[in-house]
Design a protein around this ligand. Sequence first.
Ligand code: SAH
Ligand code: SF4
Length: 341
Amino acid sequence: MLRAEGDDRLALFRRAVEVKAQYVQNKVYFRGLIEFSNICLKNCFYCGIRRDSKNVRRYNLSDEEILGAARFAYENDYGSIVLQSGEVDTPAFVERVDSLLRRIRELSDGALRVTLSLGEQAEETFRRWFESGAHRYLLRIEASNPELYRKLHPHDERHRFERRLEALQTLQRIGYQTGTGVMIGLPLQRMEDLADDLLFMQRFNIDMVGMGPYIEHRDTPLYAFRAKLLPLAERFDLSLKMVAALRILMKDINIAAATALQAIDKLGREKAIQVGANVIMPNITPGEYRDDYALYENKPCTDESPEDCKACLEARIAIANSTVAYGEWGDSLHYGRRTGG
Ligand code: SAH
Ligand code: SF4
């Protein structure tokens, strides 16, 4: 499927469209994305906000700014938000997230679903945050082939493949709706690796997936490999095929249209919606900080306000023959079935 061209490629997309309509309908769920800090203790070779990156203006939103963004999502009926940041596991950080979760629950009367995307944490931390109101967690495996993973990360305890995998298993055991994903078109990645990534997600019985193209960033070690990369247009097309193939493999999961798609093609996310994705994460981080959360280059819409984002997305989603499901949590149907709920 990933190598399909011409009529085969169209057949793949058509089948994904059918499966999507049958299992998850043509609804798109909004998750308001709050990138609340770019401070990170890790040093992933691909990422623009890695610890050793010197050209980054580090920021950390105040609690009031974070709660303001959550209130915006609540008042605009988004149903759910994602709190994302660099990976920090200090006691102060754990405590802060815990208190934010409680305050978000309070301000929305429990009506907002909260997803966390804060990297690897101790089991105790994951449990604590779950009890304080986070019910979903996104932790991309990045590359499910341990050998490839090792080439993309430093060789120390904080960057061990097994540690990441265990964290994902722990999340699932605790009862989170568990999400993972990979980057597509990484240097040294083979087509077989991507096929295995899809099988990994299926075997893991994952509830949600966010995956998108790898986009090089000049201040990172992986930039040295840029001559070996697939052209951006091919990485983009491969990402669409990954989404379509995954929709066929895992019919009732939630699949997010990655923001990185939009860094390549202005209508990138809508195209992913058309071929199988059903979640979009509008950025509701206060505008002044968005430029500084540069995981990769050409990050879209960094100069827009949350209000602009909303209007713009609604129009785009209508083009993709879908409607925004306002006021719905949009829980992964797969999670419901997997847990018998
Ligand atoms: N620190 C957390 C969450 C923020 S990073 C974590 O790492 O889990 C969120 C995602 O951004 C990562 O999982 C990675 O897949 C993606 N990312 C990082 N650098 C990227 C790049 N150069 N191109 C595309 N995606 C990238
Ligand atoms: Fe930090 Fe996440 Fe970037 Fe890795 S991918 S350097 S953990 S923000």
